[in-house]
Design a protein around this ligand. Structure first.
Ligand SMILES: CSCCC(=O)C(=O)COP(=O)(O)O
Ligand SMILES: [Mg+2]
Length: 228
């Protein structure tokens, strides 16, 4: 019996193109101005030092750090300090009405149905918790944050690491097999499965031949009774 559902964002609740063609370019274009304007704020200062540590260059200049951050955006690096900085830049975009968070309509409907039926809903994404909350607060379907009981980001570990899912199981205080993890990436589902969770793969395009997980193309094809 599924008691909680943990969902990925990019490619699962939301179109990959929204993340890659709207969010990433928005942050990339504004990264230099944002970092220069906020480099002395305590929170940003810590993040910039985390970037320097990840570069292996503790004395890197601000310009070098900015260039590295832009490179990481181009490479789609899921680095925790980059994700935190991107979230801070996106806040302006959401509040200013430059864009709204994309969520597939079938995802909105099912999340609402599952919430109504008492299933606890969580998000686990490489985007920072603040960025996740922004996307669901300012979504095209309105404020969806009341649906969610909690959020996890890469502070608990990378999405292909079993340990991250073991932490989620522990935090949710449920048997692992009462938790269903939804993602478009089979390596993430492999890690969740190794932690004992049930899994289901969202495939909005072609089937994934390298995956052994149950694959569906829409949220309303997800069965909560049969083992996924
Ligand atoms: C929180 S919205 C932005 C998503 C993001 O930055 C990202 O890298 C997508 O990662 P996901 O783990 O949701 O595939
Ligand atoms: Mg994804």
């Amino acid at each position: 019996m599924i008691k909680a559902i943990v969902t990925d964002i990019e490619g699962t609740t939301s179109d990959i193109r929204f993340v890659h063609q709207v969010l990433f370019p928005y942050a990339r274009e504004r990264m230099a101005d944002f970092v220069q304007a906020t480099a002395h704020d305590a929170e940003v200062m810590v993040l910039l030092n985390d970037v320097r540590a990840e570069m292996g260059r503790p004395r890197a200049s601000l310009d070098e750090v900015i260039a590295e951050l832009r490179r990481w955006i181009d490479e789609d690096r899921k680095a925790t300090p980059l994700k935190a900085l991107q979230g801070m830049i996106w806040r302006h975009g959401y509040v200013n009405g430059d864009f709204k968070g994309h969520i597939y309509e079938d995802a909105v409907n099912c999340l609402q149905d599952w919430h109504r039926s008492g299933i606890r809903l969580y998000v686990y994404s490489s985007g920072s918790v603040a960025a996740q909350q922004l996307l669901f607060s300012y979504s095209e379907a309105g404020d969806l944050t009341p649906l969610f009981s909690g959020y996890f980001d890469t502070k608990i570990g990378a999405k292909r690491e079993v340990g991250a899912y073991q932490t989620i199981v522990w935090e949710l205080a449920l048997p692992a097999d009462a938790i269903l993890f939804l993602s478009d990436i089979h390596q993430e589902l492999d890690a969740a499965e190794a932690a004992g969770m049930q899994t289901c793969q969202l495939i909005r395009g072609e089937p994934d031949p390298a995956s052994h997980h149950h694959q569906v193309s829409r949220f309303d094809e997800i069965s909560l009774t049969a083992k996924e």
